[in-house]
Design a protein around this ligand. Structure first.
Ligand code: IDP
Ligand code: MG
Length: 137
């Protein structure tokens, strides 16, 4: 069993498709073992995406992530990291396979509906960034 971090981004929360996205996870064998809806501060969003600090889109990404509430979740299941990335689809919704979350619910590469950890190591760090052990069951 693996755990991974998922974030439903402000664009998808505004579209009122939290339930539809969560259904993709639950229908594909992933279980939500922690969840909260939060409005990130600039500092927290900036820290979370610190690995992208040198990328040209970093400031826009941080501004976007604080533009409205997000839903942060820990997903658990077999191969959870890879399975979540498959369900999400390509970073660019226009390149994402039909039937993936980003293809179905996202409009652009900067407003792309969901975040998902890209490795087991990053998943462990990202989960600890948002949740204490007592919040994961
Ligand atoms: P990922 O979310 O598919 O793992 P990353 O390369 O880790 O993609 O990028 C993190 C986030 O930064 C993306 O989800 C997207 O919101 C944003 N992003 C990535 N590349 C670009 C870009 O070329 N232009 C604008 N935003 C981007
Ligand atoms: Mg990434």
């Amino acid at each position: 069993m693996e755990k991974t971090l998922s974030i439903i981004k402000p664009d998808a929360v505004k579209k009122n498709v939290i339930g539809k996205i969560i259904d993709r996870f639950e229908s594909n064998g992933l279980k939500i073992v922690a969840m909260k809806r939060v409005l990130l501060s600039k500092e927290v969003a900036g820290d979370f995406y610190a690995i992208h600090k040198e990328r040209p889109f970093y400031n826009d990404l941080v501004e976007f992530m604080i533009s409205g509430p997000v839903v942060v979740m820990v997903l658990e299941g077999n191969d959870a990291v890879k399975k979540n990335r498959e369900l999400m689809g390509d970073t660019d919704p226009k390149k994402a396979q039909p039937g993936t979350i980003r293809s179905d619910f996202a409009d652009s590469i900067d407003a792309n509906a969901v975040h998902g950890s890209d490795s087991l190591e990053n998943a462990t760090n990202e989960i600890a960034f948002f949740f204490s052990q007592t919040e994961i069951h």
